[in-house]
Write a protein that binds this ligand. Sequence first.
Ligand code: ZN
Length: 60
Amino acid sequence: MPHYDYTCEKCKKDFVVEMKISELDKRKVECPGCKSEKVTRNVTNTSFSSESINRYVWDK
Ligand SMILES: [Zn+2]
C-alpha cells in the first residue's frame, strides 16, 4: 500500500499515512499529535520526474 507524507500545519509534525489511492480523496487525515485536520500532503514526484527505471507502480 502506498505511503503518503503529511505535514501538520499547526504543530509542524511530519507523519506518514498508509492508504489506497482510492481512499486518498475520501479519507480525512488528521495529525496524530494535535488532531488538527490542517495537514498538507507532501507530494514527492521523484518517481515521475526522471527516466529512472525504478518507476513506482501505483497499486490501483
Ligand atoms: Zn499537529
